[in-house]
Design a binder for this molecule. Structure first.
Ligand code: SAH
Length: 218
């Protein structure tokens, strides 16, 4: 495998991407700084090297996608990430979102249901840099009861409902951000679990995600 480098050119393109996100209304500097830190081209086929920093989603394997940087930034901003937050991500995909969270000093547990994508994380290029990211092969609807509770939960595929087990696995005071199905697209929803266990819901913009599916693939 050829060595992937993070060149001066990549860094320049990344900075431009971050400027664009700021212009589009992303204000959390810790999110912008994490996106400026993570080399997105490491998560894409080398053929896409020249366009890796365009603000768009790309296909990865198994018919899945690496989310658009704006979407990653938007969702991460809503999650209000603090250093040492224990975060559960549903839908590892390329591992890009997990890396952005790790760059914000979160402890990340991420689940993927596609075997091929999970296998790819074995050669996860930032493993040395972010050893705190833990990868799991499984069904996100089940969460990770063994490791619960979590400070935050982020779902990166279109959820048909708010998964009840993930609410259970959220700490009191915890936050979940998910794209919830609404007609032909998804509404970004933030759920806060109050100290007494009650749930409150806030609604944000519409996005388009690949579906959250039950069970695991082979
Ligand atoms: N966060 C990813 C985005 C990947 S797209 C990234 O940064 O690249 C969403 C991913 O969710 C897909 O890889 C899909 O296979 C996965 N997915 C869908 N349903 C799932 C489920 N029930 N459990 C775990 N992963 C799921």
């Amino acid at each position: 495998m050829s060595k992937i480098e993070d060149t001066h050119r990549h860094k320049g393109l990344r900075k431009k991407l971050v400027d664009g996100l700021r212009e589009r209304g992303i204000t959390d500097e810790s999110v912008l700084s994490a996106i400026n830190t993570i080399p997105r081209h490491f998560f894409l086929d080398t053929a896409l090297d020249n366009i890796a920093y365009e603000d768009r989603a790309f296909e990865i394997e198994s018919g899945q996608t690496i989310s658009q940087p704006y979407t990653v930034a938007y969702q991460t901003q809503l999650l209000n990430v603090k250093a040492n937050d224990k975060i559960l991500e549903i839908g590892t995909g390329s591992g890009y979102q997990a890396s952005v969270l790790a760059a914000m000093d979160a402890i990340v547990y991420t689940i993927e249901r596609q075997k091929v994508l999970f296998k790819n994380t074995e050669k996860f290029i930032l493993k040395g840099k972010y050893p705190t990211v833990k990868f799991f092969f499984g069904d996100g609807f089940e969460g990770l009861p063994t490791y619960a509770p979590f400070d935050k939960v982020i779902i990166t595929c279109a959820a048909p409902v708010v998964p009840p087990k993930l609410i259970e696995q959220l700490k009191p005071g915890g936050i979940m951000v998910l794209p919830l199905n609404e007609e032909d697209a998804q509404r970004m929803v933030r759920i806060t679990k109050n100290q007494d266990g009650d749930i409150s819901e806030e609604h944000f913009d519409k996005f388009s995600f690949v579906p959250m599916l039950s069970g695991k693939s082979r």
